[in-house]
Ligand binder design. Structure first.
Ligand code: SF4
Length: 682
């Protein structure tokens, strides 16, 4: 460090379970290095390759540094700089005019571009509640699994991640941990060195699958069938912890009956794997203690994704894995955090109004919907922040068509000129994590992190909070809450529940939680038990028990589209973030489709050639990589490239559907049939 350099503590804002603690070195007002905080045990001084490049992203030559107003046709990407005041005055006027007719015609659209509670929905929530805008159902990533966990365990809770290091059997289910949960992978490696067996369950032979002792390459959407076959074997071999089941679960008799319908041979047929893999995994799971499951969101992106998570979440209770702190399951830890969302986002500002809710996963159809008694007013204005829906929402040709409507007024708060920013009427330059305050919980560990600004905002960039404060003033909202500064919002988010002084000093604070939260039951369900049978689901007319629900687009049911496609993230991207960081894009090279040698041969496709991937929703061109990372019958379209960086101005979401999951109203990105052909054949 040079003498005039200093270090600032922060938090990684990205949609990743690891929520790393950052140390930014600043020299002469410039962030020159971002490193992992060695004092934060979950980060352990290490960042992934993506965020190690954070200074490149922050000081990127293409950062948006001034407000922009559209000067060409919609979607043409032609903009001219405008002063902030002019942009905000005009935006407020336009919103006022729409709100005078019906504020529900205005829709906020945001997700996890930052996971920060303040730059996320802190001031934005207040603004849209006060306005009475349509509410957004934020379903695009995790809501099927979240709902399933809530119905089974009572909340988004599970074992502490640090205890995986002591497990003797780890099932890594629906997750490429090396690419998307790096710090968990380090713990799994430690367990492996201490003799643990690692098993990966994933349709794709990922980097993680390669390094596990066993890989079960099941067909997409067959996870529940596998879970039921495991239960079948636990039952017939009497590997059940009857004492735990009897005292701490609900619905055992019904679940038992259903599981006995799933002998391993049946599941092997459905999952497309050898029966011996299932019986061996069941033996390992039934006889190894402690056994831990790291579930991730990959498996819930299919029609039956919620039920599949419910089925898997029943397993630890059956073998009494929760008794041990290194046993159980972790999908998300976010339910452990006592976030005071009501104080932060102020839904009380709605008063008596109860606006409609729009599901972010069906934005393609909803932007094209006319006014009707069922739908309410057509969407006339869209305010997008922390999200890039034109690239990431399913069925993206519909999404792009909706954004292109001339009578839609679109404002995008962004750091870069994304596909969505191209569609805007106004683009407002947003600060990055190095330039603003924020506070973070985590969905992969149980620490709260505070993010301090390391540098001044670049150019004219402003934090989201400041934009919504300024808009509130122009809209005439005089409520005192619009005067709160960002540090007060950070304090409000968790109130007295965390030691804010510890956050200010160390950058993180650990929640006080039991080491083995369900060793003696006490699940946060209505019954206090692990609910194999959910009365709450039954009351909604749904099946109270988990079940295997085949994919809506089931392989083998379409002659025209015989291949199943999943679209897991490319390793160097995080959803659509980082695609514009050249050094990372250079590693990825180009948009790729992995295809098994047998499927490639049948279609005369050679590695490295451009292919058409298509179905009734659209066509996507990318480069084929003939590889055994793909299992026969399944292709892997690595995402999520920006459409404008794709070969024909599309990305993999050109092919995905707007159909929703069984629970949680989430998208079914991995429930998608396609055909592939050499491009010249088209
Ligand atoms: S993306 Fe994940 S692994 Fe990478 S720095 Fe952020 S939290 Fe850590």
């Amino acid at each position: 460090m040079t003498p005039d350099a200093h270090r600032v503590l922060g938090a990684c804002p990205h949609d990743c379970p690891d929520t790393c603690s950052l140390v930014t070195t600043v020299e002469n007002g410039v962030a020159v290095r971002v490193q992992g905080n060695p004092k934060h045990r979950h980060t352990d001084g290490v960042l992934c390759a993506k965020v190690s490049k954070y200074t490149e992203r922050t000081h990127h030559p293409e950062r948006l540094l001034t407000p922009l107003k559209r000067v060409g046709p919609k979607g043409s990407g032609q903009f001219a700089p405008v002063p902030w005041d002019e942009a905000l005055d005009d935006i407020a006027q336009r919103l006022k005019a729409i709100a005078a007719r019906d504020p529900q015609a205005i829709l906020p659209y945001s997700y996890a571009g930052t996971m920060g509670l303040v730059q996320g929905e802190g001031m934005a929530g207040r603004f849209f509640h006060r306005l009475g805008a349509s509410l957004l159902d934020r379903t695009i990533c995790a809501s099927a699994g979240a709902e399933a966990l809530t119905q089974t365990l009572g909340n988004k809770v599970g074992m502490k991640v640090e205890h995986f290091a002591e497990a003797k059997l780890i099932l890594i289910w629906g997750s490429n941990a090396i690419g998307s949960n790096l710090h968990f992978w380090r713990l799994a490696q430690q367990a492996k060195r201490d003799g643990a067996r690692l098993v990966c369950i994933d349709p794709r032979r990922t980097e993680t699958a390669e390094k596990c002792h066993e890989h079960l390459a099941i067909r997409p959407g067959t996870d529940a069938a596998l879970a039921f076959a495991l239960m079948h074997e636990l039952i017939v071999h009497n590997w059940i912890d009857h004492d735990y089941v009897q005292r701490h679960t609900l619905g055992w008799d019904q679940l038992r009956e259903r599981a006995l319908q799933w002998p391993p041979a049946r599941a092997a047929e459905v999952c497309g794997i050898p029966v011996e893999q299932i019986t061996q995994l069941a033996r390992d799971y039934g006889t190894t203690k402690p056994a831990a499951i790291r579930l991730n969101y990959g498996m819930q992106r299919v029609r039956g994704g919620g039920n599949a998570v419910r089925a898997v979440a029943c397993l630890p209770a059956l073998v009494g894995a929760w008794r041990h702190h290194a046993g159980g399951l972790l999908l998300s830890s976010s339910g452990h955090f006592p976030v005071n969302r009501a104080a932060l986002q102020r839904p009380d500002l709605l008063g008596e109004r109860r606006p409609r809710t729009i599901n972010m996963s069906t934005i393609g159809d909803d932007l094209l919907r006319p006014a009707s008694p069922e739908f309410g007013p057509a969407i006339e204005a869209l305010i997008v922040y922390n999200s890039n829906p034109v690239a990431v929402a399913p069925d993206s040709s519909k999404v792009a068509q909706g954004f292109q409507r001339d009578n839609l007024f679109t404002v995008v708060l962004e750091q870069f000129q994304t596909d969505t920013a191209d569609m805007a009427d106004y683009v407002l330059p947003a600060t990055t994590q190095l330039e603003h305050w924020d506070i973070h919980t985590s969905y992969g560990h149980t620490d709260v992190l505070l993010n301090r600004p390391a540098i001044e905002p670049l150019g004219e960039a402003r934090p989201n909070t400041e934009v919504f404060r300024q808009l509130a003033r122009r809209m005439g909202f005089t409520d005192a809450c619009f005067n709160d500064d960002d540090l007060s919002l950070c304090r409000t988010a968790l109130g007295e529940q965390v030691d804010f002084n510890a956050l200010l000093e160390h950058g993180f604070a650990t929640l006080a939680l039991p080491e083995a939260p369900f060793a003696d039951g006490h699940f946060p369900t209505p019954s206090g038990k692990c609910e194999f049978f959910s009365q709450r689901l039954a009351d909604q007319g749904l099946d109270g028990l988990p079940d295997h629900l085949p994919n809506a687009e089931l392989a083998g049911t379409s002659e025209r589209y015989p291949l199943a496609m999943i679209s897991p993230p490319a390793r160097n991207f995080l959803n659509s973030s980082f695609v514009n960081v050249k050094s990372l894009r250079d590693i990825e090279g180009e948009p790729l489709l992995e295809i098994h040698p047998l499927d490639a041969k049948a279609r005369h496709i050679r590695s490295g050639e451009v292919v058409r991937v298509f179905n009734d929703r659209g066509e996507y061109r990318c480069t084929a990589r003939v590889s055994e990372r793909a299992r026969p019958g399944v292709v892997n379209g690595l995402g999520i490239w920006w459409r404008k960086l794709g070969l024909n101005g599309t990305n993999v979401n050109e092919l995905t559907s707007q159909r929703l999951t069984d629970l949680g109203r989430a998208p079914t990105f991995y429930d998608c049939l396609v055909e592939v052909a050499p491009a010249e054949a088209g």
